[in-house]
Design a protein around this ligand. Structure first.
Ligand code: ZN
Length: 453
């Protein structure tokens, strides 16, 4: 039994849109992982532990819907720093996949999840495609172990490839597997880790690395059917660069989203990372089918891929979420920075009302829960998971603000998390992760960099 009363916050943002986005100066009572009450001046119960939120604002924990945690040891590699996606893949992750070990995955996941936690994140969907000879199930196990130790809801999107690319094809770094082999691996992971219910701590998703370059077209439908038969969702990269569009037009005489539609890869149980290059007709198809998107603006900037038309997607009714993407192609895995970037970029492109603070908070919380299918997570309301971040506004970047509720989003930068609860358990206290030795982690990461150089 755990019980907390978060009291005297300056403001609470719920993750909802519209009039419900701002809950005002309310206290929040938490019991056994769930919010039980929100209201002004709640009296403490005898067994409530009081968490002081004076001078703070409270948001739902961020939900990061696209990451590659193993890349947390591959940041800023000089050979890829000024390259587009295709060349960057060949220069940065591809030559290092076979050098990854379960131990390195563990260090990388600790680095990545620690950065996420310290920026207020409580859920991470990791698109994991480190399935080279010598590393397989142990790498996936390391991800789940680290997530459990640190206290993050983790969705492992099991990457896969079934073909060997030709010399002129888009580069792929994965060991090719058979369709049956991939399905068996996903079944094993599902049996071992996948939790059902409204606020799961661990899930598994079927996630060929791309539908266009990593698998044969005929393999897509059986992978989707097998996942749906197991009650698992589908995820993949799509239209991150123009290469996807050119490939589908030349090989299949259609757009990438039409190509996915032909192979049963659209629906409310599917979300695509990126969607930078998309026609209006593709957006209509995604909206009609309830297919979601993980918008990764910092990665798209870093790799020069372009910018997804996210305000148009939202207007069309497409479920929108945010992702930091792998840290080898976005040297920050900080969700505050990602949300700040999403808020700014679309205003540069579409004017000062293109994105509102409430919109980007919604995308990075409730929107993420929607694409992951987590019905009991993502907004602050009674009955929902107690996944929440209490941001301390006691630093100069926030001094002078007239509307403290918007502070973490509009001021960007490094937030100080006074309290972070995941499923009602404190996971960050005064900007530190209890039990995590950061000096030791820094030394392990530095040693890993020499091994992966
Ligand atoms: Zn990615």
């Amino acid at each position: 039994m755990s019980a907390y009363l978060i009291h005297d916050a300056e403001a609470v943002m719920t993750g909802h849109l519209g009039a419900e986005a701002r809950a005002g100066r309310v206290d929040i009572r938490v019991r056994d992982g769930v919010i039980t009450e929100m209201g002004q001046d709640l009296p403490p119960h005898a067994d409530d532990e009081r968490l002081d939120a004076r001078g703070c604002v409270v948001y739902p924990g961020w939900i990061n819907t696209h990451h590659h945690l193993f890349q947390s040891l591959l940041k800023g590699i000089p050979g890829g720093i000024n390259q587009p996606l295709s060349k960057w893949l060949g220069a940065v992750p591809q030559p290092r996949l076979e050098r990854m070990t379960p131990e390195l995955v563990r260090i990388a996941a600790t680095v990545g999840l620690a950065e996420l936690l310290l920026s207020g994140t409580t859920t991470c969907a990791d698109h994991h495609y480190v399935y080279a000879p010598g590393i397989g199930a142990e790498g996936t196990a390391a991800l789940f172990e680290v997530a459990e130790e640190l206290g993050v809801r983790l969705v492992v999107c099991r990457g896969a490839a079934t073909l060997v690319p030709g010399p002129n094809d888009f580069p792929q770094s994965m060991k090719p597997e058979t369709v049956g082999g991939v399905i068996r691996e996903v079944e094993t992971l599902s049996t071992r880790y996948h939790q059902r219910g409204p606020r799961p701590l661990r899930q598994v998703v079927m996630a060929p690395t791309t539908p266009t370059f990593s698998v044969r077209p005929a393999d897509l439908r059986p992978l989707a059917e097998a996942a749906r038969a197991m009650g698992l969702r589908l995820h993949t990269h799509l239209s991150e660069t123009k290469d996807y569009v050119t490939h589908c037009r030349e090989r299949h005489n259609c757009t990438p989203v039409e190509f996915c539609a032909r192979h049963d890869w659209l629906g409310p149980d599917v979300w695509f990372a990126h969607m930078v290059h998309a026609t209006d007709e593709e957006l209509r198809l995604m909206a009609q089918t309830g297919t979601g998107v993980s918008h990764c603006p910092q990665s798209n900037c870093r790799l020069g891929s372009g910018m997804a038309r996210v305000p148009n997607m939202a207007a069309a009714g497409i479920p929108i979420s945010l992702g930091v993407d792998g840290a080898a192609g976005n040297e920050a895995a900080d969700m505050i920075q990602e949300v700040h970037m999403a808020w700014l970029l679309h205003r540069a492109l579409g004017g000062p009302d293109a994105t509102k603070v409430e919109d980007v908070i919604h995308w990075a919380t409730a929107g993420g829960a929607q694409v992951l299918g987590f019905e009991g997570v993502g907004v602050l309301a009674p009955g929902m998971a107690a996944d929440l971040a209490v941001y301390d506004l006691g630093q100069p970047r926030y001094f002078g603000l007239h509307d403290p509720a918007v502070a973490p989003v509009v001021a960007g930068g490094s937030a100080k998390v006074r309290h972070l609860l995941m499923d009602g358990t404190p996971r960050v206290v005064n900007g530190t992760i209890p039990g995590l030795d950061l000096d030791r982690l820094q030394a392990l990461a530095a040693e890993a960099v020499t091994r992966l150089h």
